[in-house]
Design a protein around this ligand. Sequence first.
Ligand SMILES: *[C@@H]1O[C@H](CO)[C@@H](O)[C@H](O)[C@H]1NC(C)=O
Ligand SMILES: *[C@@H]1O[C@H](CO)[C@@H](O)[C@H](O)[C@H]1NC(C)=O
Ligand SMILES: *[C@@H]1O[C@H](CO)[C@@H](O)[C@H](O)[C@H]1NC(C)=O
Ligand SMILES: *[C@@H]1O[C@H](CO)[C@@H](O)[C@H](O)[C@H]1NC(C)=O
Ligand SMILES: *[C@@H]1O[C@H](CO)[C@@H](O)[C@H](O)[C@H]1NC(C)=O
Ligand SMILES: *[C@@H]1O[C@H](CO)[C@@H](O)[C@H](O)[C@H]1NC(C)=O
Ligand SMILES: *[C@@H]1O[C@H](CO)[C@@H](O)[C@H](O)[C@H]1NC(C)=O
Ligand SMILES: *[C@@H]1O[C@H](CO)[C@@H](O)[C@H](O)[C@H]1NC(C)=O
Length: 465
Amino acid sequence: MVLKIFTWVLLLKLAFSANDGFTYNGFNSANLSLDGLAALSSDGLLKLTNVSKHAQGHAFFSLPLQFKKSPADSVISFSTTFVFAIVPEYPTFGGAGFTFVLSPSKDMSHALPNYFLGLFNMTNNGKPYNHILAVEFDTSHSPEAHDIDNNHVGIDINGLISNQSAPAAFKSDADGQFKNLSLSSGKPIQVWIEYDGIDMQLNVTLSPLWMPKPKGALLSLPINLSSIILDHMYVGFSASTGIAYSYYYILGWSFKMYGEVPELNLSSLPSLPQPLTSFEKSKALSIWLPIFLSILVLVTAAILKLIMMRKKKFSELQEDWELDLGSNRFSYKQLYKATGGFKDKYLLGAGGFGRVYRGVLPASKVEVAVKRISHESRQGVREFVAEIASLGKLRHRNLVQLLGYCRRKGELLLVYEYMPNGSLDNNLFGEGRQALNWGQRFHIIKGVASGLQYFARRLGPSCDS
Ligand SMILES: *[C@@H]1O[C@H](CO)[C@@H](O)[C@H](O)[C@H]1NC(C)=O
Ligand SMILES: *[C@@H]1O[C@H](CO)[C@@H](O)[C@H](O)[C@H]1NC(C)=O
Ligand SMILES: *[C@@H]1O[C@H](CO)[C@@H](O)[C@H](O)[C@H]1NC(C)=O
Ligand SMILES: *[C@@H]1O[C@H](CO)[C@@H](O)[C@H](O)[C@H]1NC(C)=O
Ligand SMILES: *[C@@H]1O[C@H](CO)[C@@H](O)[C@H](O)[C@H]1NC(C)=O
Ligand SMILES: *[C@@H]1O[C@H](CO)[C@@H](O)[C@H](O)[C@H]1NC(C)=O
Ligand SMILES: *[C@@H]1O[C@H](CO)[C@@H](O)[C@H](O)[C@H]1NC(C)=O
Ligand SMILES: *[C@@H]1O[C@H](CO)[C@@H](O)[C@H](O)[C@H]1NC(C)=O
């Protein structure tokens, strides 16, 4: 019997304490409802936002808490403490801010980001039916919300225009002076928010992490919350990003109805992701930027050099007078390709006149012989080329057909029809050749004579005799 009563008392106590408060040193085992950008990291860090801009995130304790014993009653005293850190996108410029909020609902889908802080929209901003109490940690200076600066703490009742606000600071116990704090420094800051239901006073106190709670509060607002807070409310956080983002982290959170909130165990809070400090960033930049730039310069130079080499490799000489000579001209690139880059493998012969290569024209697949003649002076080149061009118009069974030419600096290339059986010279005197009989010799001589005759006729009357 005694045991049974004891068990009942214990169960009641547990049930009661479940709605009485909670302490989370890291959120691994926390009962939270997250929405929007909000997420939990694997080591229990609550991240209210990410790099998304013009967006918001919310994290509420999943269960509603009872703030009044009955709707007619006054609000019960409550207190909370949490540790946060804000890491902005740029050292002096980041997201809009975050809030600690008491709300009748966890559904904040009607709220807007930017200076609305994920709490209100155009229609409901400032309206008593919201029943929202928030403490804002505002990191952007929004004239719409009558903000005092871009680094302030404010108490917001049902709207964005704070009932009371002050630049972020803490009151030193030693000299009673306010010491400025930078909300967006990336360093953890601890906050205490306390409401005294009898004195009807709401206090907000900040301090750098590891410093004992300052005796003096930053904000202290006399307020009767009875008409603002409903008997059941959700407690949590909202955060919003704007044209830039900040990471809003909550490292630990403790909440208590009645009396004083249990302290957080600061040494068991999750650690913050280690971002590059601006010094490290500038150091990294000062090391990597020159390396990157010099690599860029080198690569560009190499590409330019390659292009120049390629241009030089295939460069040609062409003068105006050549345009009149018609289509006998080949590009060097064509001939280069035809002969596999003038490989020795395709060398047909070499002599005082130059070297002759065998090749196949890339487009037409016509077999050709390419003769490379180097010449030092420009003298007589014009006449020579003109001659060649006219030779190209000759056609005779016993004359090797000249197909065209190409001209480069100090070099002339002649393109002939390819004779598969080699030269006459080779046929007559080549190794292992048998002497021709008189019949064959006469046939050849007649052929040569016929070719010469055609040649003579075409070149004009002076040669005719
Ligand atoms: C930010 O978080 C939201 C919600 O989890 C996700 O949909 C979005 O992709 C995230 N954005 C980035 C840039 O990671
Ligand atoms: C967590 O919250 C949900 C309501 O969102 C509730 O059903 C559940 O019992 C809670 N779990 C714990 C362990 O408190
Ligand atoms: C603003 O939020 C309220 C809920 O508080 C919603 O009923 C209303 O439709 C919203 N207005 C706009 C313009 O989204
Ligand atoms: C401050 O709080 C009261 C609620 O007591 C509210 O009516 C008032 O509009 C709030 N806003 C400002 C800017 O004072
Ligand atoms: C503290 O911040 C306030 C407002 O931003 C500023 O006016 C004041 O000069 C600052 N004090 C110090 C010591 O930096
Ligand atoms: C709130 O702050 C004021 C002024 O610092 C102080 O007198 C009062 O005791 C504080 N109340 C609570 C509940 O801490
Ligand atoms: C607080 O406000 C409630 C509701 O408006 C009212 O009934 C109550 O008398 C007020 N308390 C004090 C002490 O003024
Ligand atoms: C605080 O956390 C540390 C590390 O997790 C642990 O060793 C220590 O016992 C805790 N202290 C209390 C009072 O729970």
